[in-house]
Design a protein around this ligand. Structure first.
Ligand code: AMP
Length: 289
């Protein structure tokens, strides 16, 4: 694995790989890597020949400066994990390499009006700006994003379509701890008690699946039940418990088509998110989480 810090070095490596006929796969991350990130690398490897991972804690997407300041970092461990996970090129730019008097930002309109977008002003603009920059720097054929950040993934699909990026976007399944907690770099900040209390997020999705399997489609019924379950884990704050349509991420009253059930809550100052996709085929609903 080669490690580079500048955009010019990335471009030189990509040029060589493209001349050699390789398909480029990109996995953007903010580091403090866990098995979820590495699963994205494995999926990128199944769909391309030369894997670029970026590690960049993008200040532009943090609406809370304390969250940015305490974002976990361990670059030595990340290098080991990326290398053994099969990354070919690890791009670790610093702030000044990525931003120099940037005036341009990327916004994807109403898709960011609900869920995390409603609670983290400016967050998604920061995400889409950095992802667009990474797309232009790396020029990948394929880029892999996690279902864990479902609003991000769905909106990036739309951005790629709208802005004609010639990139195939893959949404990878959520990797969980054996307890059911979705893996996240921010889990490092959880106390043992909070880590166990926060399992209610996953439990609420399990219950939602059970309700859907037994024929419930009324969103209020389902989200009320989920709310009781999440409150039983004494979160410090619930940001949202929402069910939205998959294509436009707008709130729905009844589950009829492909939808997303998404939750966000705080334990202490740590904000955790989780979600489930409800897909639909001829035999009925299929819950993916
Ligand atoms: P982050 O470093 O948190 O910005 O995440 C980088 C990428 O990894 C994003 O596409 C995330 O959705 C994805 N990711 C984070 N956690 C998980 C997880 N538990 N399972 C699968 N993908 C994940």
């Amino acid at each position: 694995m080669k490690i580079v810090h500048s955009i010019d070095e990335v471009r030189a490596e990509i040029r060589k790989s493209k001349i050699a006929g390789k398909r480029i796969g990109l996995v953007p991350t903010m580091g403090y890597l866990h098995k979820g990130h590495i699963s994205l690398v494995s999926i990128a490897k199944e769909n391309s020949d030369f894997i670029v991972m970026s590690i960049f804690v993008n200040k532009l997407q943090f609406n809370d400066i304390n969250d940015f300041n305490k974002y976990p970092k361990d670059i030595e461990q990340d290098i080991i994990a990326a290398d053994s996970g099969g990354v070919d090129l690890l791009f670790i730019p610093d702030d000044s390499e990525m931003y120099q008097n940037n005036l341009t930002t990327v916004n994807v309109g109403i898709l960011t009006g609900n869920l995390c977008g409603a609670h983290r002003p400016g967050h998604f603009e920061g995400v889409f700006t950095v992802v667009s920059k990474l797309f232009n720097i790396v020029q990948p054929d394929v880029a892999v994003f996690g279902q864990k950040d479902i609003q991000q993934a769905v909106t990036i699909e739309k951005m790629v379509y709208d802005l004609n990026f010639p990139i195939h976007i893959i949404i990878a399944p959520i990797v969980r701890e054996s307890s059911g907690l979705a893996m996240s770099s921010r889990n490092k900040h959880l106390s043992e008690k909070h880590r166990s209390d926060a399992l209610v997020l996953n439990k609420s999705l399990n219950e939602c699946k059970k309700m859907i399997d037994s024929g419930y489609v009324d969103v209020k019924d389902i989200t009320n039940t989920m709310q009781s379950i999440i409150e039983s884990g004494s979160p410090d704050k619930i940001d949202y418990i929402s069910i939205v349509g998959y294509s436009d991420l707008s709130h729905i009253n009844t589950i009829e088509e492909k939808s997303i059930v998404a939750v966000a809550a705080f334990w202490g100052s740590t904000r955790l998110i989780d979600n489930m996709i409800i897909d639909k085929d001829d035999s009925g609903f299929l819950c993916i989480y």
